[in-house]
Design a protein around this ligand. Structure first.
Ligand code: TIU
Length: 218
């Protein structure tokens, strides 16, 4: 399939492509979550939920694996670097502290769950990650290799943090990444736009970008 994309056409084989849905969890997308407690306005992020849903439906209809990630930590915080813990507390969003949606950024707490509008299905893969990148200390690469995946369509939040870190990790591992630009968001639109530029510059130095409509047309 050929998608009208930047910096030039993106070609993928649905049988060798997976969809990544990065961190569309309540902690980043809902009021009272980690993202808002860090001092962000969440409106750019909530606005993409319907678009992410469209991309998920489309990729499912093509038979592609759908892989969700969730950023969070074990209840005993043993997988949270002291530096990350310290900085979260200093910013007023202490990881592991009690918040409006349970303990902040802790696996199994309501805030760590995927937003109801995009809830995973039984057959989907859900990856727990403790870092910003989806490959760091996870089984993602093994999952992709088992399925013979060579390309990744990427959605989720936030573009300049977990999404871009994941695309950089994937690029170094040889995956061809397409970021769906209206199915990803940063809290600040300038960060989102800067990320798109960084990904596509120098002849797709990290990958491609396209909008949902172009993907659906392909
Ligand atoms: N703070 C912020 O913009 N993002 C994160 O902390 N994690 C993700 O991007 N998922």
């Amino acid at each position: 399939m050929i998608v009208d994309a930047k910096p030039y056409e993106y070609t993928f084989d649905p049988e060798k492509t997976a969809l990544l849905v990065i961190d569309m969890q309540r902690d980043f997308c809902e009021h009272g979550g980690f993202g808002e407690m860090l001092g962000n306005d969440i409106s750019e992020v909530t606005a993409i939920i319907p678009q992410v849903g469209k991309v998920i439906d489309h990729c499912r209809s093509l038979g592609m694996p759908v892989i969700y990630t969730k950023e969070g930590h074990l209840p005993d915080l043993s997988d949270c670097p002291p530096s990350k813990l310290r900085r979260s507390k200093k910013q007023g969003a202490g990881i592991g502290d009690m918040g409006p949606m349970g303990r902040i950024m802790i696996q199994g707490e309501p805030g760590n769950d995927i937003v109801p509008e995009l809830y995973p299905k039984e057959e989907d893969i859900v990856i727990h990650k403790c870092g910003k990148g989806s490959f760091y200390k996870t089984a993602l690469e093994d999952n992709l290799q088992e399925k013979g995946i060579e390309s990744l369509i990427v959605t989720g939040v936030t573009t300049h943090v977990c999404v871009q870190t994941t695309i950089r990790e994937a690029n170094d591992r040889g995956y061809e990444c397409l970021l769906i630009k209206d199915a990803s968001a940063a809290y600040d639109r300038a960060d989102h736009l800067a990320s798109l530029q960084m990904i596509t510059q120098q002849g797709a130095i990290f990958g491609w970008t396209a909008d949902t409509e172009s993907l659906l047309k392909a």
